[in-house]
Ligand binder design. Structure first.
Ligand code: SF4
Length: 296
């Protein structure tokens, strides 16, 4: 079991930091053992991920990004959660599977990649494994997950380094995220589905439209169309709510307007990309799960 990591370079922060059982000296501050804040069925992912029974989400604490508008602020920045062993992680995976979820959905898992590989090497669930990430990943780290992960669910938040520096404190975000998505698509191939319409394998790239930033969204969509076309699905999200530190940035301290949403949706409609577009009226905090350690 990984109770000590001497020099962590799992993510693009490349801290080279020491990580002990329950705490670490790196950017993410996380220790070597998994820390989770929620392990429960979740109904608000894309229809082919949540289905009727829900997606078996395991929310990991800590994040390698620092998005000022983070919708999961309490677990990413306040580090709320419970430290568990790899065997306990396997227990949560089995419990969710017994509840009939359609997949096991690992949310913000990268700081714990060693434990995740160990868990899925010891126990392989009967449902697909989803890797749900903000997109700030190293392709070489993702290569370690080949044969473990069936479905990748990355964000592509920005193309512009200026935007990613301002809103996520990661100037090199798109440099890493674009290469990471290429590696994900290489591993999964084109989207495949079971007979009931649930996703079996593939990559869904999510993009959250930020207020006052439609130009960024259009750049992201054009990049995805040019680079991947029908090899991926795209999930366009209009449910932004100003959470976290968004009030410090007046231009993003509101929900998006119908005009902003339609402008981006129109561009998406002109491409060969397929996927999902979330209704604008879903811009409500009720869709953000309550991280009250449910299921732990
Ligand atoms: S996972 Fe954490 S400690 Fe490791 S490189 Fe990334 S931020 Fe640093």
């Amino acid at each position: 079991m990984p109770e000590y990591i001497g020099k962590c370079t799992s993510c693009p922060r490349n801290c080279g930091a020491e990580r002990f059982g329950e705490y670490g000296k790196g950017y993410c501050k996380m220790g070597a053992l998994p820390k989770i804040s929620r392990a429960a069925p979740h109904m608000w992912e894309e229809p082919c991920i949540s289905g009727k029974n829900g997606s078996g989400t395991i929310f990991f604490t800590g994040c390698v990004l620092s998005c000022v508008f983070c919708q999961n602020y309490s677990i990413s920045s306040e580090n709320k959660g419970k430290v568990i062993t790899v065997d306990e992680l396997i227990g949560h995976i089995k419990r969710l599977e017994d509840m009939g979820v359609h997949n096991i959905n690992l949310v913000s898992p990268t700081p714990y990649i060693e434990s995740i590989i160990e868990a899925f090497t010891k126990y392989r669930p009967s449902v697909p494994v989803v890797y749900n990430t903000g997109g700030y990943e190293k392709a070489e780290t993702l290569r370690l997950l080949e044969g473990i992960v069936d479905i990748y669910l990355p964000d592509l938040k920005y193309i512009s380094p200026e935007k990613s520096r301002k809103y996520s404190l990661a100037e090199n975000y798109s440099e890493y995220a674009c290469e990471a998505i290429k590696e994900m698509v290489r591993q999964t191939g084109s989207p495949e589905f079971f007979e009931d319409g649930m996703m079996k394998k593939g990559t869904i790239v999510r993009h959250l439209i930020l207020p006052s930033n439609t130009k960024n969204s259009i750049e992201v969509i054009r990049y995805l169309d040019r680079t991947f076309g029908d090899k991926i699905l795209v999930s366009l999200m209009g449910q932004y709510v100003p959470e976290g530190r968004a009030k410090e940035f007046p231009e993003i301290n509101r929900t998006i307007t119908a005009r902003e949403y339609e402008k981006v949706l129109d561009v998406l409609g002109q491409t060969s990309l397929d996927g999902f577009a979330q209704e604008l009226d879903s811009a409500m905090s009720k869709y953000i799960p309550d991280f009250s350690l449910e299921g732990l």
